[in-house]
Design a protein. Structure first.
Length: 355
């Protein structure tokens, strides 16, 4: 472990030096590349330097124990230092787990009402509010680019982006089928109903990702917007639907003001969808690694139940249950997300040890 940490610190210092050179600073692409790599190593380097400092203090404290006048105080201090050493060693173990290269990316999310008719669409709207409230609390930004409203409320489909620091690392576990158990507002007899909505979370394909799209493979349709978008949204043919013919991938964007903006956004989403298809292909080839994950990310996989009568939320993948459904639906997702991250790290650590 120490050898790996020394190599990481050395690499960090080399990048730090490179970023002071004029020939690097004058090259925007290189500056961005080096800064991004340095940022990915920073947490590990900071933790390792703290660790080295603690080790030095432990050695100095052991010397103090030899002094009769200072021995008692030094022994107490040594206990605290050794506790801190163990804590930092655990942190470093986690930091050395191979990182998901997409963790620092923004996300594109899609929520669809599934089984349950109107109630499923209403629940899809509730999930959309939950994620956007979470984004607000985390200082993240979001933008809807396509939506189809349900006839009784909510959405039969809504697609949006969430942007900010390390968004994918926080939301990547949300893909799958979400189940709600409650008495719907549309239910006249007061009967409990189970409905589902599906969530898909994709890392946004940025400029660093090379996805080749041949213009001759695209069919582009322009039509009149029907979603929310402010005054005048329905007065022009500004909505754009792009079909990637080889994969039959269809992307629609209608919430921007102009046809040009909708086309630009649709192309970004198409690139992300094609990137997601490539990731799925790689994961299927990896086989065992995919099975070791907390979830497969498939829409059909039931990942969580929201039980309103009991104010309970259960994540079935890790057996996590909390009686704070009201707070969770208001965007307080930290407890669930931290539990998922913790379990994922635990499984990865076990995988590393088995190698």
């Amino acid at each position: 472990m120490i050898e790996r940490l020394e190599a990481i610190e050395k690499k960090y210092e080399q990048l730090e030096t490179e970023l002071t050179k004029n020939e690097v600073l004058s090259d925007i692409k290189k500056t961005k590349e080096y800064s991004k790599e340095m940022a990915s190593l920073e947490d590990t380097v900071i933790c390792y330097r703290k660790y080295k400092k603690i080790l030095a203090e432990i050695e100095a404290t052991k010397e103090m124990i030899k002094d009769k006048d200072l021995a008692e105080m030094a022994r107490e201090e040594l206990k605290d230092l050794e506790t801190e050493q163990q804590k930092l060693e655990k942190e470093l173990e986690v930091l050395l787990i191979p990182k998901d290269p997409n963790d620092d990316k923004n996300v594109i999310m899609e929520i669809r009402g599934a089984a349950g008719g109107d109630e499923a669409n209403i629940f899809a709207g509730d999930l959309f509010r939950m994620y956007t409230r979470y984004a607000d609390k985390k200082g993240l930004s979001y933008q809807v680019y396509n939506s189809i409203e349900g006839t009784a409320g909510g959405y039969s489909q809504i697609e949006f982006t969430i942007k900010g620091k390390n968004v994918y690392s926080l939301l990547k576990y949300e893909s799958g089928s979400h189940r709600v158990q409650r008495v719907p507002v549309t239910e006249a007899n007061g009967r409990l109903q189970t409905s589902t909505a599906t969530v898909l979370v994709m890392p946004e394909a940025d400029d660093d990702i090379d996805i080749e799209i041949n213009p001759s493979d695209l069919r582009i349709d322009i039509y009149r917007s029907s979603g929310c978008g402010g005054q005048g949204v329905n007065t022009t043919d500004s909505a754009v639907r792009i079909t990637h013919l080889p994969t039959n991938t269809v992307v629609t964007c209608q919430n921007e003001r102009s046809q040009i903006q909708n086309k630009e956004q649709a192309m970004k989403v198409l690139k992300t969808r094609l990137y997601e298809l490539e990731l799925q292909k790689q994961q299927e080839e990896a086989g065992a690694e995919r099975r070791s994950k907390i979830g497969t990310g498939d829409r059909a996989e039931k990942i969580r139940t929201y039980n309103y009568p009991q104010n309970r939320v259960t994540d079935h993948r890790i057996g996590f249950t909390t009686k704070n459904l009201d707070r969770i639906m208001d965007g307080d997702l930290d407890d669930i997300i931290e539990a998922l991250i913790g379990e994922d790290q635990k499984r990865k650590l076990q995988g590393e040890e088995e190698k």
